[in-house]
Design a protein around this ligand. Structure first.
Ligand SMILES: NC(=O)c1ccc[n+]([C@@H]2O[C@H](COP(=O)([O-])OP(=O)(O)OC[C@H]3O[C@@H](n4cnc5c(N)ncnc54)[C@H](O)[C@@H]3O)[C@@H](O)[C@H]2O)c1
Ligand SMILES: [Zn+2]
Length: 343
């Protein structure tokens, strides 16, 4: 297939580009080479054109003869403060709207969209007595006392985490999350309007070579890695038992290839995850052990807005896309302990 790949110079996009080529697809790669992601004046990878997808006139000729768009471009991360809102809205939402309009104009009917676990807000929780519940927000008194689990809204008992399926409610809790959720909503409405297919891939915690270094926008694995590189011991918040799903960038690329080739109609969302939950303390410990460094420190400190657990259900991606992650995070993180990072 002829594929337009956006964000092709990014951490994930670059790996998706290789995987698409390896699978025999014909890739038209574009990236705006944002200075916030790549530093000032960075050169694009070979074969990647410098295009800002908010620019309809630049996009239109590239969409001629394209069978499917694989849309990775976005401004990522948790952000610093409300000053980031226009950037998220512009690069993530307005850009997606321009892309959808130009796909319509070019008669391109298929979109693979890089979405994120952040659309869920928090994970899924279960009370031993009351079953699935929407837990109470954690109180300062509990957190100060080292009680980090959410409580049941009916009986107040601590609740346990469960796997999050794709039909969980969408409750974005940050500006970035709001912009990723809006991307899905635009894409879903577009698929209804034009009869197109959209596969929204909700990546969980992605890690791997060329992950950006520690910035206010990077993930926890890169933060631990950067701490280790500068000779510091990784500092783990709360009790370290926060559960996540860490998925290797090679598996994320494989999921994109699977989605591109799948016969899905209308809008469908898929968790892209390893299916092997891991705690944040285990993540830090794997990295320290692999490097032969001192073990991480569990600080008991907390940030009130942090999500306690978010663990994905991999079943739908396996069933519909035939995607199963190949890399166990315990192996992948050991390799990541020495992998190159993006400056
Ligand atoms: N890294 C993760 O853990 C993670 C998790 C969930 C979802 N995602 C999603 O995966 C996708 C790729 O993220 P990444 O981690 O590779 O980030 P990244 O910053 O490395 O890559 C994003 C790329 O998009 C480009 N870009 C941004 N705005 C653009 C525009 N208007 N026109 C053209 N190019 C533009 C940037 O220059 C950059 O190269 C994003 O959609 C992100 O939301 C990432
Ligand atoms: Zn209860």
């Amino acid at each position: 297939m002829r594929v337009l790949l956006t964000g092709a110079a990014g951490f994930i996009g670059a790996r998706v580009s290789e995987a698409l080529c390896d699978a025999g697809h014909d890739v038209v790669a574009v990236d705006a080479m944002l200075a916030t992601a790549h530093g000032p004046g960075a050169e694009p990878p070979p074969e990647c054109r410098v295009v800002d997808i908010r620019d309809a006139a630049a996009l239109a000729p590239l969409l001629k003869g394209i069978d499917v768009v694989c849309h990775q471009a976005a401004v990522v991360g948790a952000g610093v403060n409300a000053a980031d809102a226009p950037s998220y809205a512009g690069h993530n939402d307005y850009a997606t709207a321009v892309l959808l309009a130009e796909m319509f104009a070019a008669g391109c009917q298929r979109l693979v969209l890089a979405s994120s676990m952040v659309v869920y807000g928090q994970g899924r929780y279960d009370c031993a007595e009351h079953g699935l519940v929407d837990p109470l927000p954690r109180t300062r008194a509990d957190l100060d006392a080292g009680i980090f689990e959410h409580r049941c809204p009916i009986c107040g008992a601590a609740v346990s985490w469960r796997l999050v399926p794709e039909d969980a409610p969408l409750r974005p809790r940050s500006l970035y999350a709001a912009s990723k959720t809006a991307q899905e909503h635009y894409a879903c409405a577009w698929s209804d309007a034009v009869g197109g297919a959209v596969m929204a891939l909700r990546y969980h915690n992605v890690y791997g070579p060329y992950m950006p270094r520690d910035t206010p926008y990077s993930g926890v694995a890169a933060i631990f890695r950067s701490e280790l590189e500068s000779g510091d011991v990784p500092r783990v918040f709360e009790d370290g038992r926060q559960m996540r799903d860490f998925v290797h960038v090679d598996d994320v690329a494989a999921a994109n290839v699977a989605a591109l080739e799948a016969s899905v109609e209308g809008f469908a969302a898929f968790n892209v995850c390893s299916g092997r939950p891991i705690s944040i303390l285990e993540v830090a410990t794997e990295l320290c052990e692999a490097r032969g460094d001192a073990p991480p420190v569990v600080t008991g400190q907390y940030r009130s807005g942090d999500v306690r657990h978010i663990v994905a259900d991999p079943a739908r991606a396996a069933e519909v896309l035939g995607f199963r992650a190949a890399v166990d995070p315990r192996d992948g993180l050991r390799e990541f302990a020495f992998a190159p990072l993006r400056a």
